[in-house]
Design a protein around this ligand. Structure first.
Ligand SMILES: [Cu+2]
Length: 373
């Protein structure tokens, strides 16, 4: 399927007004609608920190603090901010909450720690990294990024190479987005696979056809109420009760078109619509994401770089970090009879607690699916 490749022009969003149409479009695109390119190497964006409420999958209403792309609605997570390597990024924060709030981008140095007072406006400027990759921005609530992560002021920051600015209509070479993921410095192939059913190795895709962002987060209702009410310190053991992908969970995440993977299958050993999945863990516990149907190729890993290039079915995402993987959409090798299309396979966290909601309701947590067209 084609993913939206450019943000809606701001005027279009305004013309739709703030009714259901605009809400639907913003939610399905997942892009930060307020972001626009102001010059060849300058991106301007607006974030509106807002108090809000979220209905959990079992109906419980939990207070959140989220970044809206307009002043009307908090979004959990905030929209995906897309920039190019080396861009100057100007983020204007219009603070609609009762707390001081600033911005942090883990892994990106030089983001000023300026706090914007309640009701105030301020612009935070930083330079995008010179290397493409996946990052996230987080609101520092009264100076605390941990509080921002616990309440939901998070969103993806995608840094694209300048020569592949936005589009996936033309497939993108993996090396352009993840330098060194496929080949060692001496040019030898890096990708490898443990033998399984003989030594026939599936081909690693050479290009990326489409992409997804999965932002994992956790929520504890009591902590959220305390923090939203003004308490600053987090308890040492947050005991999360809700486990979210892109702000939703359970069947909602399985059926969300902006979350589940969907693509045309290739042959048994050749990739189909190879899909980059940018997995961001803003929670406080590690995740261990497991894919059925296909093994994934690891394209980046923050603390075990030696697994980059491997072909696995489960990968750990340490808290506060990012792991990028490629789901090849090859025909699932274990299916018998071999079925190339009209199949669905589950994707879920192997830390089983994260498959529940509200202390045990299975499968109300971090679960989605891969759909073979
Ligand atoms: Cu499973």
């Amino acid at each position: 399927m084609d993913l939206p490749v450019t943000p809606l022009p701001r005027r279009t969003v305004l013309r739709y007004g703030l009714g259901a149409a605009a809400t639907t479009l913003l939610a399905s695109a997942g892009l930060l609608a307020s972001a626009e390119r102001a010059a060849a190497d300058v991106v301007n964006a607006e974030l509106h920190p807002l108090n809000g409420e979220r209905i959990m999958i079992d109906g419980l209403i939990v207070p959140v603090l989220g970044f809206g792309s307009t002043a009307q609605r908090a979004e959990i997570p905030g929209g995906r901010l897309e920039v190019q390597t080396g861009d100057t990024v100007n983020v204007r924060i219009t603070n609609g909450t009762t707390r001081q709030i600033g911005l942090a981008v883990p892994g990106v140095p030089g983001v000023p720690g300026t706090l914007v007072p309640p009701g105030g406006t301020g612009t935070i400027s930083f330079t995008a990294p010179a290397r493409p990759g996946t990052f996230y921005y987080v609101g520092t609530i009264d100076g605390s990024a941990d509080t921002g992560r616990a309440l939901g002021t998070t969103g993806a920051l995608v840094v694209r190479p300048r020569e592949y600015p936005a589009t996936f209509r033309d497939p993108v070479p993996i090396e352009a987005l993840f330098p060194g993921a496929l080949r060692n410095a001496d040019g030898t192939p890096r990708a490898r696979r443990q033998p399984l059913f003989g030594t026939d190795a599936p081909q690693i895709p050479q290009v990326i056809v489409q992409e997804r962002t999965w932002l994992f987060s956790e929520l504890n209702p009591t902590t959220a109420r305390d923090l939203a009410g003004g308490r600053i310190a987090l308890p040492s053991d947050p005991e999360p009760e809700y486990f979210l992908i892109n702000g939703i969970s359970g069947m909602l995440a399985v059926e969300d078109p902006a979350t589940f993977l969907e693509g045309r299958a290739g042959d048994l050993l050749t990739p189909g619509d190879a899909t980059l999945v940018r997995m961001i863990n803003t929670g406080r516990a590690p995740r261990s994401v497991h894919f059925h149907g296909n093994h994934i190729w690891v394209l980046s890993h923050p603390d075990t770089p030696w697994i980059v290039g491997t072909n696995k079915d489960t990968v750990r995402i340490p808290p506060g970090t990012v792991v990028d993987v490629l789901f090849p959409f090859s025909t699932p090798p274990d299916s018998y009879p071999v079925v190339a299309h009209a199949q669905k396979y589950v994707v879920h966290d192997h830390i089983e607690m994260a498959e529940t909601a509200s202390g045990g309701h299975y499968a109300g947590g971090m679960v989605s699916e891969a759909v073979f067209d």
